[in-house]
Design a protein around this ligand. Structure first.
Ligand code: NDP
Length: 457
């Protein structure tokens, strides 16, 4: 390809999006380098999806041991050791880091370690830990730096941790406060509770998981306290003071609470500050993310961006899909496409919540009340008839009446993510309610409920 530059493509950031873009572009024959300052695999592999899910598994044993009694098992003397979990998790992450390195090497991508910034529209400067500087010229530069946790500024904010640190705690606190009402806050509330920590979760408005299907939000708010989580809505922190015993948290209504640890999960912000964007014509949009067109091009024609740093749907599978579209568009046959509708997602809360398509509220806004039919079911999972656990599984389908298409599917309950992933295929394929109704169930499963929902709510 290009002969005037060192590389056809230099990717900044070896996370989910960057690695996939580098590998696939190299696969199409481009000469590619990737620069990473911290860890291969980015947030998802190191301080996100993967270690989080491992912790979710760990936290579930707590209730699994309790549930086992109803099935005749006596599990005596079950002990949990945080250090074992943390170190086993660290080993697995290191293994994955190695796999990412091999994937890049095998694809013919050159890896540079250090802090990258743009010196101009075709030049990347890399400063390594020892201060050495390297300069790479590139026909195209792709920014895939992702984001980092956001903590608001308030008196005592320096005392809080974020999810980044939660993965590496020296020891587990006895009590902790988790602030936020999004994916991370809800997931970590479940994780730490399951591991034996007394968790209080604060959310600033009246119902968490804003943007999700309302029934799911309301039902999760009923289920989480059953696991021992002290869930407090309309509560926010005004200040935090260090005390002999830990921290004293004062809420905006003046309530005081002593705790050992405070974790903020109040969203994420894009990593753009140290990129040297001022040396180029790249612009930042009003939300603080890198502005791109529908083929990931910034306002500087040779500079591109994808994944979380562009502020779309901040999920790993979206970043990797974007990366494949990018490579195919600029280096391949342009055969790859991405459809931002009907992106499924799961919150690994306890119980899990998963969703695809339109919530009932959104469907009513889009189609009007008369054109929306809703089917729902709430039931006790077969397993819990013997475990005795007081937990409701909930499923809901949202249907456009005029087309009979299922436009949304939502679930709260065990393995919701696994089940909704399958339903997402059907919804993308345009399945109608009649197709759901004539699909034979797998008995006895919870998932079969989705094909036996007959009564409109
Ligand atoms: P989210 O954007 O999901 O949620 C942020 C939460 O923090 C909201 O409840 C928000 O409240 C609250 N908040 C924001 N600012 C403040 C503030 N100043 N004071 C108090 N509360 C505040 O962010 P997360 O950090 O949970 O997750 C980041 C992203 O990571 C997610 O958007 C998601 O895309 C991704 N992720 C995905 C996961 C998955 O797929 N399972 C798991 C974890 C993360 P309000 O509603 O009022 O705005």
């Amino acid at each position: 390809m290009s002969t005037t530059f060192d590389y056809d493509l230099v990717v900044i950031g070896a996370g989910s999006g960057g690695v996939r873009a580098a590998r696939t572009a190299a696969g199409y024959g481009a000469k590619v380098a990737i620069v990473e300052r911290q860890y291969l695999g980015g947030t998802c592999v190191n301080v996100g999806c993967v270690p989080k899910k491992l912790f979710v598994y760990a936290s579930h044993y707590h209730e699994d041991f309790a549930d086992a009694r109803g099935f005749g098992w006596q599990v005596n003397d079950a002990q949990f050791d945080w250090t074992t979990l943390r170190e086993n998790k660290n080993r697995e992450i290191e293994r994955l880091n190695g796999i990412y390195k091999n994937l890049l090497e095998n694809a013919g991508v050159t890896l540079y370690e250090g802090e990258a910034s743009l010196a101009d529209a075709h030049t990347v400067r890399i400063v390594s830990d020892n201060g050495a500087t390297q300069i790479l010229s590139a026909d195209k530069i792709l920014i895939a730096t992702g984001g980092k946790p956001f903590v608001p500024d308030f008196p005592g904010s320096e005392h809080v941790i974020t999810s980044n640190e939660a993965f590496y705690l020296d020891s587990l606190p006895q009590k902790m406060v988790i602030v936020g009402g999004g994916y991370i806050a809800v997931e970590f509330a479940g994780i730490f509770t399951g591991l034996g920590v007394e968790v209080t979760q604060f959310y600033r408005r009246d119902l968490f998981l804003r943007g999700f299907e309302k029934d799911l939000r309301e039902k999760l708010a009923v289920e989480m306290p059953k696991h021992g989580i002290d869930l407090r809505f309309n509560t926010d922190i005004a200040s935090i003071e260090q005390s002999d015993a830990g921290y004293c948290v004062t809420t905006k209504t003046g309530e005081k609470l002593n705790t050992d640890l405070v974790m903020y999960a109040t969203g994420r912000v894009p990593l753009v500050d140290e990129l040297g964007l001022a040396n180029t014509a790249v612009t930042i949009n009003e939300r603080g993310y890198i502005a791109v067109n529908d083929v990931f091009q910034t306002t500087e024609p040779s500079v591109f961006a994808l994944g979380d740093v562009t502020g779309g749907t901040e999920l790993t599978p979206v970043a990797t899909a974007e990366a494949m579209v990018f490579s195919s568009y600029y280096y391949g046959d342009q055969s790859q496409t991405i459809d931002y509708d009907n992106i499924p997602s799961a919150v690994f809360s306890q119980p899990n919540l998963a969703t695809v398509g339109l919530s009932e509220e959104r469907a009513r806004e889009r189609f009007g009340d008369a054109d929306v039919a809703v089917f729902k079911s709430s039931f006790r999972h077969l397993k819990h008839t013997l475990s005795g656990r007081d937990e409701q599984t909930f499923m809901k389908l949202v249907v456009q009446r005029s087309s009979d298409k299922v436009v949304g599917a939502h679930m709260l309950g065990s393995e919701a993510g696994e089940i909704i992933q399958g339903i997402a295929v059907a919804i993308r394929a345009g399945a109608t309610k009649a197709v759901f109704d004539t699909t034979i169930g797998i008995h006895p499963t919870a998932a079969e409920e989705f094909v036996t929902l007959r009564e409109e709510a």
